[in-house]
Ligand binder design. Structure first.
Ligand SMILES: Nc1nc2c(ncn2[C@@H]2O[C@H](COP(=O)(O)OP(=O)(O)O)[C@@H](O)[C@H]2O)c(=O)[nH]1
Ligand SMILES: [Mg+2]
Length: 208
């Protein structure tokens, strides 16, 4: 049974003008292409085909808005790290993401989905920097933990935790065996409900 019985897809945006109204609170989810972002969203929201998994790539280049409850949203950001995209498209994404982070007053938290076998990569660090710049709290899901032994997973967690320091929370996760599901959902809920003092560090258009 989903914790979010009223959850639904709202719209995809390719430009800031297409973003849904900037009210209530929202949590963004970012990750390299194929890291397991859609699978993580599906598990956390408790719907099998909520954010689509890699077989339907159309939406992966857009900013996808989902309503979880009245006034609370989840935002699936474009997957990054595709091997072959044109410079023009890469610039477009960078502008779209920069604009999203800088100006989105309702943004209350960022979840970064990272393949535990790869660890933090350049683009993950870029996303961390975007969020840090505007004082948005971050939590990292080290997903596909089922692909490693418990010992290897624990070691990977320690490594990433050391790299992040107090910049972000981090946990083990697996969409396949549901490891870390409750912890991830708790973090999402915490972000959605948190009144963000940090908004004051953001653009003056955010009052709060
Ligand atoms: N073993 C394992 N595979 C996963 C996990 N999460 C995702 N995958 C697989 O990784 C691939 C990419 O997943 P997807 O959720 O579409 O990634 P996205 O591109 O980041 O949205 C798919 O084949 C998934 O079945 C996981 O926790 N464990
Ligand atoms: Mg996806």
């Amino acid at each position: 049974m989903s914790q979010y019985p009223d959850a639904h897809f709202v719209k995809s945006a390719n430009t800031p003008s297409q973003f849904v109204p900037d009210d209530g609170t929202e949590v963004a989810v970012a990750g390299r292409s194929n890291a397991g972002k859609s699978s993580a969203i599906n598990l956390i929201v408790g719907r099998r085909q909520f954010a689509r998994t890699s077989k339907t790539p159309g939406r992966t280049q857009l900013v996808n808005f989902f309503s979880l409850r009245e006034g609370q949203r989840l935002v699936d950001l474009p997957g990054y790290g595709f091997a072959r995209v044109s410079d023009t498209l890469r610039d477009h994404w960078r502008d779209l993401l920069t604009g999203y982070f800088r100006n989105r007053c309702s943004l209350n938290g960022l979840l970064v989905v990272v393949d535990i076998r790869r660890g933090l990569m350049e683009h993950d660090l870029q996303m961390l920097a975007f969020a840090e710049d505007v004082g948005v709290p971050i939590h990292v899901l080290l997903t596909k933990a089922d692909k490693l032994s418990r010992g290897q997973a624990a070691k990977a967690l320690m490594t990433v935790r050391a790299e992040l320091g107090d910049r972000a929370g981090v946990q083990l996760f697996s969409a396949h065996d549901r490891q870390g599901e409750a912890e991830a959902r708790e973090r999402l809920e915490h972000f959605l409900g948190e009144p963000l003092a940090a908004k004051k560090t953001r653009s003056t258009t955010c009052s709060g």
